[in-house]
Design a binder for this molecule. Structure first.
Ligand code: NAP
Length: 299
């Protein structure tokens, strides 16, 4: 058996197309253009690329993209004040502070300063609480993207056994909550889990969010399982030339695909869904802030 590849780029393009139509409906029906503010502290090259891509895709979706830069040596207070200004700006519907921030700043303090209604990263404890309670709120982007790929691949998920490897607040826990909401039976694994291989082997849906290159092997995969690889690991690739690198996931893709019914590649799987879900959250936040029913936008 060889599994089919879940093409995250294709799913993300389709999601962004639908978001653009809904954004145009919001403008024509209510005269409102969603605004997404991204704050970048310092000049980390990877963060620069993420922020640039976010800006491009925000504008392509018909939204207003606002970019703010603070110097690497800005104080935490400078950043918190900037967030407060954006909290009070009615043209800003979503706020994203690009992580990681410099070490002298508290990521948690920043997350908790963003208004929950503008928290399009879905990381504020209020939004985490809504998700854990099965209530409406902002859902973190990468988990949301992973859950959409699973739904669009499998359809009805009720009763399936989902095994999530990784329990971070950013990825593992929110994915577990989303799959629980879909009536999966969910097992969460982490660094202290015993019999990780056996647990993975019992999964109908196996989600890897660990950060260890190719941890999940071919013989950890139940025949016919769906595999979602959230991991992004950059490794040296001398075979591609001196100083070259490559991205690999947390799953041994070439081995696992032999047993899986479907699998996400790295890159090109979950990754592209993240920005699409950020735009979706911005649209949802704009509706919530203006007392507009999201379903009114024909999404
Ligand atoms: P994280 O905060 O470092 O969490 C890693 C999780 O893996 C922890 O829960 C840890 O367990 C668990 N773990 C570590 N070693 C393990 C082992 N040997 N066996 C089983 N579990 C183990 O990482 P994260 O932020 O969740 O990110 C996970 C991966 O997703 C990373 O590769 C990251 O780059 C990627 N990622 C991708 C996107 C995207 O696609 N856009 C977004 C975010 C993250 P403990 O809790 O016990 O320590």
């Amino acid at each position: 058996m060889s599994g089919t590849i879940i093409d995250g780029k294709k799913h993300a393009i389709d999601l962004r197309r639908r978001i653009k139509i809904a954004t145009n409906n919001l403008k024509s029906k209510y005269g409102i253009t969603p605004g997404l503010a991204v704050v970048l502290v310092g000049n980390d090259p990877a963060s620069e690329i993420y922020v640039r891509n976010k800006g491009i895709q925000t504008k392509e979706a018909g939204m207003e993209s606002l970019e703010f830069r603070l110097a690497e040596d800005s104080s935490e207070d400078d950043l918190l004040k900037k967030v407060e200004v954006l909290n009070n700006d009615s043209a800003v519907n979503g706020i994203l502070v690009q992580f990681p921030v410099p070490k002298h700043m508290s990521q948690q303090k920043i997350i908790e300063t963003i208004l929950p209604l503008k928290d399009v990263d879905g990381l504020h404890p209020v939004n985490a609480g809504y998700l854990a309670s099965g209530l409406k709120g902002m859902v973190p982007c990468t988990p949301q993207g992973a859950a959409i790929l699973i739904k669009e691949t499998l359809g009805e998920l009720s009763g399936l056994h989902a095994v999530i490897v990784g329990r971070s607040n950013l990825v593992g826990k929110p994915i577990a909550q989303l799959l629980l909401k879909e009536n999966c039976t969910v097992t969460i694994c982490h660094s202290r889990t015993k019999d990780l291989k056996e647990t993975c082997l019992s999964a109908d849906i196996l989600v890897a969010a660990v950060g260890i290159p190719e941890l999940i092997k071919e013989d950890w995969v139940k025949p016919g399982a769906t595999i979602i690889d959230v991991g992004i690991n950059r490794l040296d690739a001398p075979e591609k030339g001196p100083g070259k690198t490559k991205l690999v996931g947390d799953v041994d893709y070439n081995g696992a695909i032999k047993n899986a019914s479907s699998i996400t590649p790295v890159p090109g799987g979950v990754g592209p869904m993240t920005i699409a879900c950020l735009l979706l959250n911005t649209l949802i936040a704009t509706c919530a802030q203006n007392n507009i029913e999201f379903s009114d936008l024909g999404f």
